[in-house]
Design a protein around this ligand. Structure first.
Ligand SMILES: [Zn+2]
Length: 114
């Protein structure tokens, strides 16, 4: 069991690391990748949920930040239920995010006006 204070520290560290990674994603992609993977490991170890905006910012498998051009693709698929597919172009990892109606997600599908 991880104490509440420790979780707080871990979350702060995760946020700092992800901000750092985002800042250096273009000029130093290798350092950004290491930072993203480290942030993920810290969150796992402290059993802290990674904030959604950071969680969707990098590849879970190889750590590449989805911040630079030609590092990912985004598609909307309407099979089974509507979902968003983000594919990492470095390792091929596929992240699927279900789309709920009227969600506050940043990847919200465009709604039709009737
Ligand atoms: Zn990847």
């Amino acid at each position: 069991m991880v104490s509440r204070e420790l979780k707080k520290i871990a979350l702060d560290r995760v946020c700092r690391l992800m901000d750092f990674a985002r800042k250096h994603a273009i000029e130093k992609p290798e350092i950004a990748r290491e930072a993203a993977l480290l942030a993920m490991r810290i969150a796992q170890k402290a059993r802290v949920r990674m904030p959604r905006k950071y969680k969707r910012m990098f590849c879970k498998k190889c750590g590449t930040l989805f911040w630079t051009p030609y590092s990912f693709t985004v598609r909307i698929r309407d099979r089974r239920s509507t979902h968003i597919v983000i594919k990492c172009l470095k390792c091929g990892y596929i992240k699927r995010i279900p789309v709920k109606k009227r969600s506050r997600s940043i990847y919200r599908a465009p709604t039709q006006k009737t």
